[in-house]
Design a protein around this ligand. Structure first.
Ligand SMILES: CC(C)(COP(=O)(O)OP(=O)(O)OC[C@H]1O[C@@H](n2cnc3c(N)ncnc32)[C@H](O)[C@@H]1OP(=O)(O)O)[C@@H](O)C(=O)NCCC(=O)NCCS
Length: 149
């Protein structure tokens, strides 16, 4: 399994993973436009030529926002999410990002645990932020300090 920068050849499988997981999925077109955005760090996890996960962070100067991180359902709990997150933060640090935000459904325990493992903490609750189903968002933040990557 390796983590690479996403390319056009990954987009079909990424769109499929997205559709399997999310009730309001991004379109293939949205993913394509991320490939062209210089402010995006767009990573794919590849296993024997098959795309098994992806992650996107948008950066602006010293700040980043994680838009999404997802792993195919049948390959979860095998460290793919770990590798995607570690690389995302590494690439962000190279670009001078010192603060990263994200939002996550309150009920999404696996994702919240992953973020916590990588030094994010809960900053605030955004009431009723998500649709389908309606749910609060937890806003999380990670501030990079000496020794914390
Ligand atoms: C969140 C997600 C990306 C994790 O991917 P993964 O490849 O299964 O994660 P890993 O196996 O690398 O696990 C990394 C860490 O995540 C956390 N984690 C992952 N799955 C978990 C679960 N089911 N329960 C609790 N913690 C979990 C743990 O902290 C784990 O570290 P540990 O193994 O040392 O305990 C995956 O569950 C997923 O794709 N979920 C659906 C998409 C999604 O909700 N994305 C977030 C949108 S904001």
């Amino acid at each position: 399994m390796e983590i690479v920068f996403a390319e056009v050849r990954h987009i079909k499988e990424i769109t499929e993973i997205e559709r399997e997981i999310f009730s309001l999925p991004w379109s293939e077109k949205s993913f394509m436009s991320e490939l062209e955005d210089k402010n995006s760090i767009f990573l794919a996890a590849e296993d024997d030529g098959v795309t098994v996960g992806f992650a996107i962070m948008k950066t602006y100067k010293n700040e980043g926002e994680i838009y999404n991180i997802a792993v195919s359902e049948d390959l979860r709990r095998q460290g793919v999410g770990d590798k995607l997150m570690a690389r995302l933060l590494e690439e962000a640090a190279k670009r001078g990002v010192d603060t990263v935000f994200l939002d996550v459904r309150e009920s999404n325990a696996p994702a919240r645990a992953l973020y916590k493992k990588y030094g994010f903490y809960d900053l605030n609750i955004r009431r009723g932020y998500y649709d389908a189903p309606k749910e609060d968002a937890v806003i999380m933040i990670r501030i990079r300090a000496e020794g914390n990557g």
